[in-house]
Design a protein around this ligand. Structure first.
Ligand SMILES: [Zn+2]
Length: 442
């Protein structure tokens, strides 16, 4: 058999078993070897951007006598992270002092996003953002794009140039926003249509209908969002919900007919199994039930929630309702793109509510679990042969402190826990997207 583009990666390989669901962890199978594969001195064979084989190095290398071997001995080779909630446009306002959600948007975020009205500035910021995202080991993301057609087009160009799997769209808003970030509902809709025609399902790109949140949307805009979903049923939808108490009060005033916040989106047909809802902190029991019944995708963003003083996501309760739970950095409410740091914060949010979230559970939520929730587990999230080769190299000796501590771990559970608790982008030695090292990508 001819292997044109074959590469062999040698290292400690970790990934979840294809058949695992979140329920398997909650049922106490944390210690069972069947939920994950950890192959010390393992081999990952990659060809033409896809996983060709995975297994024990000494056994499998015999099948590839002439292949180029990239040696990551002592390092972990594992599927890249999936971040399901972030804002491409907010790198410039990370670490903004002293405000909660609505004031923070008005005082910091909206002025920062006005930079995207200039195409050159937009491209520079997008490239900065994507370099940082990839440096942190994230290989798939669901994110909010810019307002305008041209800046969103530039975003898709840059995503496409990197061949990174990404779900995004022009962020639509037509009220409660400064004039420079307000477009008439119809214009938001027409921009969306143009982007969909040009980019949706092109390569690894998917379009998400993106009304920022109901608070900045008129009923006309939400109605037009519904039209997009009706015309293109395979589109994703992303928006925010139940993040902050003042926001929820505002929704009651803007949509007096609604039973609750989620009811606004549901009224316009936007609560679907392809809708990613950011935050979900203050859901009522009825909203939990509707989320469950519609199989909506939950994105918890613990760093952002703590930074903006928004509140605590109820992990235990959400797990009782649905297994479609994922994690987001929510840059720039979140101040990092490191999913290791997000996993650490998620643990602390659990501890503040007397609920321990296992190491494996959390790692699953931002790899195979997220792939399953997004309906992408046939292509990403594990090392099953045939899947797209999105993987990262984690160096447990990258810093003196992490090295000191990982020298003293007893097993893979403790190793993951230490990596999540102490880790950040320093630990990510390289990120491979569709089989290609991104280390020197400019
Ligand atoms: Zn957000």
């Amino acid at each position: 058999m001819e292997h044109n583009d074959l590469k062999i990666y040698k290292g400690n390989i970790f990934y979840f078993d294809e058949n695992v669901t979140l329920k398997d962890f909650t049922a106490g199978k944390e210690a069972s070897g069947t939920i994950y594969h950890y192959i010390e001195n393992g081999l990952l064979a990659v060809e033409n951007g896809k996983i060709l084989a995975v297994g024990d190095y000494n056994t499998c290398i015999k099948d590839y006598p002439d292949a180029q071997v990239i040696d990551y001995s002592g390092k972990m080779i594992t599927p890249g992270f999936i971040d399901t909630h972030l804002h491409v446009t907010q790198s410039g306002t990370v670490a903004a002092y002293g405000e909660k959600l609505l004031e923070w948007l008005n005082n910091y975020v909206f002025p920062c996003e006005s930079a995207y009205l200039d195409d050159d500035a937009a491209r520079t910021d997008i490239n900065f953002f994507l370099r940082e995202l990839i440096k942190n080991g994230t290989t798939t993301a669901v994110g909010y794009g810019p307002l305008t057609y041209s800046a969103t087009d530039i975003l898709f160009e840059e995503l496409s140039r990197r061949n990174i799997r990404f779900i995004t769209g022009n962020t639509m808003q037509d009220r409660n926003s400064p004039e420079y970030l307000t477009l008439p509902a119809k214009e938001n809709y027409e921009n969306a249509l143009k982007i969909i025609h040009k980019w949706h399902n092109k390569g690894r790109q998917s379009y998400a209908i993106t009304p920022r949140f109901a608070f900045s949307s008129t009923e006309e805009l939400l109605e037009l969002s519904k039209s997009l979903k009706t015309e293109y049923p395979d589109l994703y939808i992303q928006t925010h919900i139940d993040e902050n108490l003042a926001e929820i009060e505002g929704i009651k005033t803007l949509f007096p007919w609604s039973k609750n916040y989620l009811d606004v989106y549901d009224h316009f047909g936007l609560v679907t199994d392809k809708t990613v809802f950011g935050h979900c902190i203050y859901l009522t029991d009825e909203e939990y039930m509707v989320m469950r019944d519609r199989q909506a995708i939950i994105s918890s963003c613990p760093i952002s929630n703590n930074f903006l003083g928004s509140g605590l996501f109820n992990i235990k309760k959400m797990m009782q309702y649905t297994d479609r739970i994922t994690l987001g950095s929510d840059l720039g409410g979140g101040n990092t793109l490191s999913m290791l740091a997000v996993l650490d914060e998620f643990y602390k949010v659990g501890m503040l509510q007397d609920f321990k979230v296992y190491s494996m559970t959390r790692w699953f939520l931002c790899t195979l679990g997220a792939a399953k929730s997004l309906g992408l587990s046939d292509v990403i999230g594990s090392f099953k042969p045939g899947k797209e080769a999105d993987f990262i190299i984690i160096d447990p000796k990258a810093t003196e402190f992490v090295s000191y501590r990982t020298d003293r771990v007893n097993d893979i559970y403790e190793l993951l826990f230490v990596l999540m608790t102490l880790g950040d982008s320093n630990l990510i030695e390289d990120t491979y997207i569709y089989g290609k090292s991104m280390k020197n990508f400019v």
